[in-house]
Design a protein around this ligand. Sequence first.
Ligand code: SF4
Ligand code: FES
Length: 250
Amino acid sequence: MNLTLRVWRQKNAASPGRIEIYEAKNLIPDMSFLEMLDVVNEELMARGEEPIAFDSDCREGICGTCSLVINGVPHGGQKGTTVCQLHLRHFKDGDTITIEPWRARAFPVVRDLIVDRAAFDRIIQAGGFVSVSTGGAPDANAVPVPKDATERAMDAAQCIGCGACVAACKNASAMLFVAAKVSHLGLLPQGKTEKDRRVSNLVKAMDAEGFGNCTVTGSCEAVCPKEISLSCIARLNRDYAVALLRGKTA
Ligand code: SF4
Ligand code: FES
């Protein structure tokens, strides 16, 4: 396969960025999108040019590090798929592909396609800890948890903190991410003790980081590689309202 790549290049957060064109030739359709960028970078370095900076770690869809907007869609538009799990067979020979970083004020560009997602780390830190002693591994079976609560908590726990939900949202809202954290901890009995404090601290931290409000467009759910449900946002709103009524806000 041969592809034409339109890639966002930006030296650092203070420099203006621009789109540059690269020809990627003799690619194998079973290559992943990131392997294709590795090939392009090897050619750039062989010519003495700066490689394209992009983030990745596990390349197995579990760490949330890879973060590219491909043809205007975070993670490239394959349902439930991270960029690292996206393969070239989903494109056509001769295609022109535009590759950009996440775009959100709370995620400043570090270089080229890499953005700083430390805002998510600070939100998670604000959530605090679970004080219930959960015991050793054998004790896990001694705590009865309703099957439905386990299923929904584990679905929410799949969030890998990639930030695609923010990148897709016209308001750059982090509600789906925060809602996933609220659901996965708040649904389990061990997480209920700090439930009110946790939800109010998470929302406060989210607002302080400059993420926008949710207007329920659903774009976050549509691009989420872990298919986190919008119903988590409904739970977040409910839990936050209850915390307010109980006067348990931070
Ligand atoms: S909710 Fe989905 S899109 Fe948002 S950070 Fe979590 S995994 Fe990524
Ligand atoms: S590199 Fe870890 S999810 Fe893509």
